[in-house]
Write a protein that binds this ligand. Sequence first.
Ligand code: FES
Length: 153
Amino acid sequence: MSSDEGVSPTRPTHFIGQRDDVIRADRVVTSVNGRDVLVLHHQGALHALDARCYHAGGPLQNGDIEEIAGRVCIVCPWHKYKISLCDGEGVYQAVDPSVKPLKPRWCSKGVKQRVHKVTEVRGRVYITLNTSPEHLESDQYQTPKYRDTLHKN
Ligand code: FES
């Protein structure tokens, strides 16, 4: 993929494909500047995030989508961790044993998965990598070792 003109004057933006083709594919794993990114379509919206799960590198392209407490999440196929598609938060269910009757509630672990910006211009889909400097747990699976594993799955 190469940078493309006219979408963002300040940050490199990468062409993924024509919107109709991306929607038809439903899920696309692509390499952008040495980073494996999953672009997926869900109910009319396109999302982009690191392709490997922050927990242990599971292939998110094989995960189910669920709505959890108002968040659209992808469920990792390996250990069922739930990740919000809009911001990469890890979402989990907890019970406070001191509160009876026991009632599970959804909680956030904070942002664990790097999500990237999707832009559509005249039917073309682009992503802009999230290059924020803080370390996110999904970053560790963007090394050459894990990227090679991803392409074999
Ligand atoms: Fe994704 Fe464990 S690798 S939940």
